[in-house]
Design a binder for this molecule. Sequence first.
Ligand SMILES: [Zn+2]
Length: 472
Amino acid sequence: MPDTTVPSAPPRGRRYVIRGGTVLSMNPAAGDFETADVLVEGKSIVAIGPELDTGDAEVIDARGRIVVPGFVDTHHHLFETALRSFLPDALLFNDGSGTPSADPSYFEYVLQKFSPVYRPQDVYINSLFGGLSQLDAGVTTVLDVSQIHHSPEHTDAAIQALVDTGRRSAFGYFEGDGRAGAAYPDDAYRVRNEWFSSDDQLVTMVMGGEMYLGDDVPTRSWTIARALDLPIAAHVIGSSGGSSLFDTLVRGEGGAKKVRLGPDVLLIHMTGMSDFAWKAVRDAGAKVSLAVPVEMVMRHGTPPLLKMQELGMEPSLSSDVETTMTADPFTLMRSAMTVQRMLVNQAVLDQAGNQPATPPLLGTRDVLRFATVNGADHLSLGHRTGSLTVGKEADIVLLNATALNVVPVNNAPGAVVSLMDRTNVETVIVAGKIRKWKGQLLDADLDRLGHELEESRDYLFQAAGVRRNLLG
Ligand SMILES: [Zn+2]
């Protein structure tokens, strides 16, 4: 069916109705609707249902659209945006094999060469541009795992970028390169006071609590997090000693004290971890973010989707690094679903007729839940976003289901997860505010910002002494 909807201006008032779309609320209590309306007032969703009587509310025509909650990315290193596609073939660490995948590696280049030369203005433009790009792709909430806190000025630049992006963000206050004058983690008190004095704002704070930073820093970061009532996030990768370190700390042994798992803790990757670790994580109610494409490409290990199913846990999804992989939510959902099904399907085939003792196959609704509801819960934002629910804030995406790549739609979650990409993301709303309208991001001079990002890129390569290899 051709799209006959006449584009109109976005509503200007604080009360509008998204009329006549196919609604996937991702809230089992609210249900889904072949055709329904979503009424927004101010920041919030105030009604969902078929043929709502909305009086004089302005109308967004959603016929031919699939209406979903904004997507949530629970781990994205936004400061690396100028290094996009620099490491498409890279491993996390140089394995000494002498192959193009070993060198350049992520660790040696991004963390050892580039990170130390970042100035506050680089942090700002990289984080802003990456955030706008992901907002354009329908990701209305992110955890920015910001590992660039060489100074309080770097920190302020990172937070200002999240504020200026105008989407819901958890600012992950992680370490920098540890130079003299760096204030991590103790500057968290100032940051919390100056930027996060109110809980009712679009940008919130998460404390980075990396366990690989020796004994003193994790002890302090976890202590500060609990003192300030901040959620904690940390990377956990089993290789390179990470598994035994984690087990030791969780047992309360080892040099770093205060590492106590709880429902306020988000662990990233969890590849290659022991059964002891998994049981401790599950029993504590800690959350797990999987960056499935990056974990597969960069040798973090097999994404532990089956282990989580076995324990009755579900992940949220994350993009990690655009040095190596796109940050769009469709790639994240499809990757999680396809790798889980590959593992299970092969296990079933290998059992050749025996009653298969395999976990259920993931379906499109499952990964859609990972990318919305679970993400919001894992960032302690489930009361505000993650599903289309009366009383929650209006973080909403309208997906064009009249487009060439999805017509005709016979199954809405299937169309979203299996067929769509960022070109279907037509209108994006954050806390009731229209940020993308009919395919155009609003309130952002992308030409100017793109130019500033390229200037930052030129500086970073020059200062790091790295030559670009445009043709790979
Ligand atoms: Zn990461």
